[in-house]
Design a protein around this ligand. Structure first.
Ligand SMILES: Cc1ncc(COP(=O)(O)O)c(C=O)c1O
Length: 400
């Protein structure tokens, strides 16, 4: 018996962190590396949010906060869900955690038993299956295809639901594919879920505000009120307000679930940073003007990257509706020889050779459960993206 928990041996290390580390090493050796593997906006937190945090420190809001969150933030969350999603929640139905990731983990920790299954559409955000495994339960994958823009089809969901299914985790817009469900597409998924009353819905709406063109964001409990009693609607300030370092996420759902999450949190973190919570109040209650700037920049970058990748030999890139990722297929490059002489057999080979040859760091799709693809984050300047795409084009052109 080793010292470390058995569960750790079942959990994969984060491919995103591994790639960032590899890129860092090459940079340290003097290589000119462009990293397209990051999952955070390159913008700064808007000033009025920073000011609210400074004010909170000055007022002495520096003591332990209530476990589920400070009341002004829980009230701001209630107003947000009403204003933006048409969802009615009471303050007692809300909870604040140390980032969206923590909120998801607590929801799973508070509900999963060994033998329980959690349905996760592929490609998925890397943390979902690993969190399920750490909670002692089993991830069950539902496949999507590029032909359907990486969106789950009702029959593919139906096929994986069993009597043991406890949750399905939905994420629209998606990390890694950027795909987001229209109202009709979401309706087709919620129709299936209405036929399976034992399945709970954990919807990760982290990228809600990052959608482009006239796309209208929807969340499951809004599309199908019949799911309200078994849906945890999770969101956060990390992406929409460029607040990844502040570590504030939140959720709303049935009171008995929120109570159980509060119970877990009470023995675990005692609640999120009081100062960050005051900043999040300013984010949710304050002006949303910055979003226009964020969205305009991201949309321009998405269009630039999609267009350049689609002019690249061997790559095929669908146009995603949201988030700041594209997820092109590199299927046509499989079997070709890279400049190093190595034959590309997998998408992991593709990204490794691309990094070696051209100093561009992307993450292989198989790390997100669906390949051969690569995830490219476009949360960086147009100039950097253009240079990166030129290098990707040169790399693909050099394959024999
Ligand atoms: C889909 C998705 N959910 C949740 C999170 C976690 O957000 P937070 O930084 O608030 O923990 C991320 C962050 O990368 C994400 O991409």
């Amino acid at each position: 018996m080793g010292f470390l928990a058995d569960a750790l041996s079942r959990v994969k290390p984060s491919a995103t962190i591994a790639m960032t580390q590899k890129a860092r090493e090459l940079k340290a050796q003097g290589m000119d590396v462009i990293s397209l593997s990051v999952g955070e906006p390159d913008f700064d937190t808007p000033d009025h949010i920073k000011e609210a945090a400074i004010e909170a420190i000055r007022r002495g809001e520096t003591k332990y906060p209530p476990v589920s969150g400070i009341n002004p933030l829980r009230e701001a969350i209630v107003k947000k869900f009403k204003r933006e999603n048409g969802l009615d929640y009471k303050v007692s139905q809300t909870i604040v955690g140390t980032g969206g990731k923590h909120v998801i983990y607590n929801a799973l920790l508070a509900t999963l038993n060994p033998g329980d299954e959690v349905v996760i559409p592929r490609p998925y955000w890397v943390s979902y299956p690993e969190m399920v495994i750490l909670c002692g339960a089993t991830p069950v994958f539902a496949d999507t295809t590029m032909e359907h823009d990486f969106k789950l089809q009702p029959e593919d969901l139906e096929r994986v639901i069993t009597p043991k299914t406890k949750w399905i985790i939905l994420n629209s817009p998606s990390n890694p594919s950027g795909a987001a469900y229209t109202r009709d597409e979401m309706r087709r998924i919620t129709d299936v879920l209405m036929r399976h009353p034992h399945v709970w819905v954990l919807t990760d709406d982290m990228y809600e505000h990052l959608t482009y063109g006239d796309f209208e964001f929807v969340t499951p409990a809004q599309v199908e009120p019949g799911l309200y009693e078994r849906t945890l609607t999770m969101n956060g300030v990390s992406k929409a307000y460029a607040m990844t370092g502040w570590r504030i996420g939140y959720a709303a759902g049935p009171e008995h679930l929120i109570k159980a999450m509060d119970f877990v949190q009470g023995q675990q973190t005692s609640g999120a940073s009081s100062i960050s919570q005051w900043a999040a109040v300013a984010a949710l209650d304050g002006t949303q003007e910055h979003l226009k700037r964020f969205k305009a920049a991201f949309q321009e970058r998405r269009d630039l990257v999609v267009s350049m990748l689609n002019q690249t030999k061997g790559l095929q890139c669908p146009v995603p509706e949201g988030a700041f990722y594209v997820y092109p297929s590199c299927a046509e490059t499989i079997g070709r020889k890279a400049p190093s002489g190595k034959t590309i057999e997998t998408d992991e080979d593709f990204v490794t050779e691309l990094l070696q040859a051209e100093g561009v760091a992307a993450v292989h799709g198989s790390a997100f459960g669906l390949g051969p693809n690569l995830r490219i984050s476009y949360a960086t300047s147009n100039k950097t993206l253009e240079e990166a795409c030129h290098r990707i084009q040169r790399f693909c052109g050099s394959l024999r």
